[in-house]
Ligand binder design. Structure first.
Ligand code: ADP
Length: 362
């Protein structure tokens, strides 16, 4: 994904600070005026004192004059140049030592304030990138583990399924068999989710019209009765919103999110919006224009403390047996494989709002 950034300077009031040149010129102007006044005063005083003391008084006044100019000039340079530089220098050292949390205070003049804001943006982005790398690494190792477990469980599971079918044919008690079959289906779902999560190959990609894809997913879910009783709203955008991707994977992303929203909203509202725009994600690395997908619902929403964790594998708030906690982990992985970002916020409908940013097909 192409990376650029929003112009923070326009929104940061500290960058309306006066220019360094103006502050220095003003300060030194004042200093020169004071020095000239002192010189004139010295000349006048020298005339008033007896002639034998005049030379000594003059020397004293000139020394005082130079001293005042020196102290004030030093103060000006320290305040407007040296102090901001030393703060920046100290912060750079901390970053070099690995502390990316560091933020430099914003100095009083515009040039240094801009530098400080850029520096703070840079450290924030470095921190975000590092967090994302750690997260990707963590997810990749969980993915490898999941693939191994799913593979090991898959074969015995198929064998048990065959034996259950055999016992059924021989006329075993149907109630117990139903329980075994339902538990087998549950394990099978977990194994399939694990495999879906662990799958890394992305397959061939093509141009996909997201409006067509969304309508297709909604139609299928309606036909299957998976969204019965939910007020599903999708206003089709007029412009062509296409991405480059794998249709099955993106269908899975939309299906998982819409099913989650429908489940959370119960008999409430689920709204899907597509538009072009710039992402405003908390973990934002990009501000280039692309496609924004928003799936909002009128359910209870996702509490702030869960907004990162909901994308972790096996994170679920559902009762044991009802959720595997893999749905959003799969979605997260697939969105990232498409060069996109996903984050959760609050919907205007009162519940959760899942936001996806995808680069636009060119
Ligand atoms: P599962 O649905 O199996 O729990 P997911 O990965 O799909 O797994 O979701 C993880 C958790 O995220 C859910 O248990 C729920 O707490 C939360 N969640 C997901 N979607 C929503 C939503 N639309 N509204 C509120 N919470 C949600």
């Amino acid at each position: 994904m192409s990376v650029s950034r929003a112009d923070a300077s326009s929104s940061n009031p500290s960058l309306r600070a006066p220019r360094l040149q103006r502050e220095l010129l003003f300060g030194f102007g004042l200093l020169t005026a004071a020095a000239v006044s002192l010189a004139v005063l010295s000349a006048l005083v020298a005339q008033l004192v007896p002639p034998r003391l005049a030379a000594a008084v003059l020397v004293l006044l000139v020394v005082a004059d130079v001293g005042v100019v020196f102290v004030f000039a030093r103060h000006l340079i320290h305040k407007f140049v040296l102090m901001p530089l030393s703060e920046l220098d100290e912060a750079t050292r901390e970053v070099a030592a690995g502390d990316l949390d560091v933020q430099v205070p914003i100095p009083e003049t515009r040039e240094f304030a801009e530098l400080a804001v850029r520096f703070n943006e840079m450290t924030a982005r470095l921190q975000e990138t590092q967090d994302q790398l750690l997260r990707a690494e963590k997810l990749a190792s969980i993915g490898r583990l999941a693939a191994g477990i799913a593979h090991e469980i898959g074969n015995p599971l198929a064998a048990i399924g065959n034996y259950v079918a055999l016992i059924e044919k021989r006329g075993a008690e149907p109630e117990s068999l139903d329980t075994i079959k339902s538990e087998l289906r549950r394990i099978d779902r977990i194994v399939r989710d694990l495999l879906a999560y662990a799958r890394t190959e992305s397959g061939s990609k093509q141009k996909i019209d997201l409006t067509v894809l969304t309508s297709g997913v909604l139609e299928r879910l309606r036909r299957q009765g998976a969204v019965d009783g939910v007020d599903l709203r999708f206003r089709e955008p007029e412009e062509d919103l296409s991405v480059i991707g794998q249709p099955h994977q993106l269908e899975q992303v939309f299906t998982n999110l819409i099913l989650n929203a429908a489940h959370a909203a119960a008999h409430g509202v689920v709204e899907i919006e597509l538009e072009t725009g710039v992402p405003r994600a908390p973990q934002l690395l990009a501000s280039s224009s692309g496609i924004l997908v928003r799936i909002g619902d009128s359910g209870p929403g996702v509490p702030v403390e869960h907004r990162e964790r909901v994308f972790d594998p096996f994170f679920t708030t559902k009762d044991p047996g009802s959720g595997t906690g893999l749905g959003l982990a799969i979605v997260h992985r697939l969105v990232h494989e498409h060069g996109g970002l996903i984050w959760v916020s609050e919907s205007k409908l009162g519940g959760a709002l899942f936001n996806i940013f995808l680069p636009r097909a060119t």
